[in-house]
Design a binder for this molecule. Structure first.
Ligand code: 4NP
Length: 156
């Protein structure tokens, strides 16, 4: 489960990019991906048009309706991956104490800049969305390798 604030920019893009890689590796029976926001501002909305545009520019299909992270997700998902420190704080507020979901910042998987935030592109321009895509693309490459190794998945 990828998590950001509004679930219309960063996390639906991460969902789409990783889903595409999982499909290309024939791992869709083993890895199930969703995304959500900690806020309810955009519930039911499609991704921001700039998110869709950068995804399609890179030939990544994207289709999503914004949803809010809830306690049930901590049972359903083995991994919760947030985009920034503010998301971390918001997730910590609703995370059930008995949750066994592994928790990461997506940039923990960044081969260039570990542990920094995936910058929120919402207030910026198209360039910010392209940078966001590049960060997500890099991190999801590493994340997928991590999942393959950790769970002994064979790329088809
Ligand atoms: P996201 O970006 O968290 O990457 O989906 C945002 C989208 C909307 C808002 C903030 C961030 N907002 O304030 O409405």
């Amino acid at each position: 489960m990828f998590v950001c604030l509004g679930n219309i920019c960063r996390s639906p893009l991460a969902e789409a990019v990783l889903k595409n890689k999982v499909l290309q590796a024939n791992l869709e029976d083993y890895i199930y991906i969703e995304s959500s926001g900690t806020a309810a501002y955009h519930l039911g909305e499609n991704p921001d048009p700039r998110t869709t545009s950068v995804a399609l520019k890179h030939h990544v299909p994207i289709s999503h309706k914004a949803q809010q992270l809830n306690t049930h997700h901590f049972i359903t998902f083995d991994y919760i991956l947030v985009m920034d420190d503010s998301n971390s704080e918001n997730v910590a507020k609703i995370k059930p104490s008995n949750s066994t979901s592994a928790f990461f910042k997506l940039r923990d998987f960044d081969s260039l800049h570990k542990r920094s935030d995936v910058i929120d592109p919402w207030f910026g321009d198209e360039e910010g969305f392209e940078e966001c895509y590049q960060t997500i693309d890099r991190c999801t490459d590493e994340l997928l390798l991590f999942l393959i190794n950790k769970h002994h998945l064979a790329k088809g």
